[in-house]
Design a protein around this ligand. Structure first.
Ligand code: 1CP
Length: 343
């Protein structure tokens, strides 16, 4: 592959002395410029659906820090909304959705063919970004994985243990499976449209994969990821795909081979030396600094960056956090992380 984009080089299997870096949730409430643009948009969903402003907040961390990749500003809960769920955000609390607990509720969802009526502004954001991003910056599109998105659609909110989704899986498997299937089809359509609009990499966030175990993990995290990735590869063979089965632990072993993902994002609860040996042996990995270091900083931050860089130094590695940066993070610590990595 002939490209100057370090992120794409690593995703093609190259090992670089200084890994490319970007950060989950790099556009967000820890940045004063984000808060200002969000206030201008009115609320979070209006910001997501305003291509000019969504492109602006995507670019803010690139301007401030020169990250090697930009991630499209949107949310995983736009897909439920596009399928007909009610979605709103309660300030200081988080997302709220209409719930799905019966065949009747499921029956109210719309067809995948209609989702672009809601999602077309997102493709516009990507087109704006393609013309405004620096030549060396890779543009990442994304979606939530079916299980993670289903946990919000079933419970109507974020839940600590995904209890309502597990309950529906046990009590009404037909509705549960139909919901996973609908989200899977919508995700294939949505990510394919993001790639057609100009996303150079896509990432599938299975943020709650860790609450699935054994058969359920294979059926509801691995199998949908495999189906999404093989459908995308059939249409867009050259677009790399990052999978993030967060909390997967040992189940990260072989996940790339089993699903066709080009890269596995590793959370902060997974030891970097272990991941180098058992996951990076199969291909590129991304991760895995604990986001808390963006709050606490100091020498511990620098030491951790260097430890993780060293652990993954013998194979393709994209530096990132193990999960999203939190709103209480100090923007100066982000710069310290980048300096420690590029030192
Ligand atoms: O740089 C960026 O911020 C990229 C855009 C982005 C991404 C990739 C946002 C903006 N959200 C996401 C993904 C996302 N959204 C995930 C997967 C990644 C992860 O695990 O963090 C999840 C689970 C969501 C759902 C969601 N949206 C939550 C979590 C709710 C819970 O269960 O606790 C929250 C708080 C949101 C709102 C949201 N999305 C994005 C931002 C910046 C915000 C904060 C909204 C605000 O401005 O108040």
């Amino acid at each position: 592959m002939t490209t100057d984009k370090t992120m794409l080089r690593v995703l093609a299997g190259e090992t670089l002395e200084t890994p490319p870096i970007w950060m989950m949730r790099q556009a967000g409430r820890y940045l004063p410029e984000y808060k200002a643009t969000r206030a201008q948009a009115g609320d979070f969903l209006s910001l997501c659906y305003n291509p000019e402003l969504a492109a602006e907040v995507t670019l803010q961390p690139i301007r401030r820090y020169g990250f090697d990749a930009a991630i499209l500003f949107a949310d995983i809960l736009l897909v439920p909304q596009a399928l007909g769920a009610d979605v709103w955000f309660v300030t200081g609390e988080g997302p709220r959705l209409s719930t799905i607990t019966s065949a009747d509720d499921f029956g109210k969802l719309g067809p995948v063919a209609d989702i672009d009526e809601t999602l077309s502004p997102i493709y516009e954001t990507i087109k704006i970004l393609k013309s405004e991003l620096p030549a060396e910056t890779t543009l990442i599109g994304f979606a939530g994985a079916p299980w993670t998105v289903a946990t919000y659609m079933i419970a109507g909110r974020g839940t600590p243990d995904q209890g309502p989704a597990h309950a529906l899986m046990m009590e009404n498997p037909a509705v549960f499976d139909a919901l996973i299937d609908r989200i899977t089809e919508a995700t294939i359509h949505y990510l394919s449209a993001q790639i057609s609009a100009g996303a150079e990499v896509v990432k599938l966030f299975d943020s709650w994969a860790g609450s699935l175990s054994g058969e359920a993990f294979l059926k509801y995290s691995l199998a949908p990821a495999k189906r999404i990735i093989s459908a995308l590869k059939a249409k867009h063979p050259n677009t790399p795909i990052i999978a993030f089965p967060r909390g997967g632990g040992d189940l990260n072993i072989g996940f790339a081979k089993a699903t066709g993902a080009d890269c596995i994002a590793i959370d902060q609860f997974t030891d970097a030396d272990w991941a180098a040996k058992h996951v990076q042996c199969d291909g590129p990995v991304q991760g895995n600094l604990a986001p808390g270091h963006m709050v606490t900083g100091g020498q511990a931050l620098v030491d951790e960056v260097k430890r993780i860089k060293k652990a993954f130094a013998n194979g393709p590695h994209i530096f990132n956090l193990g999960h999203g940066i939190t709103p209480d993070a100090d923007p100066d610590n982000v710069q310290r992380m980048i300096d420690a990595l590029r030192d």
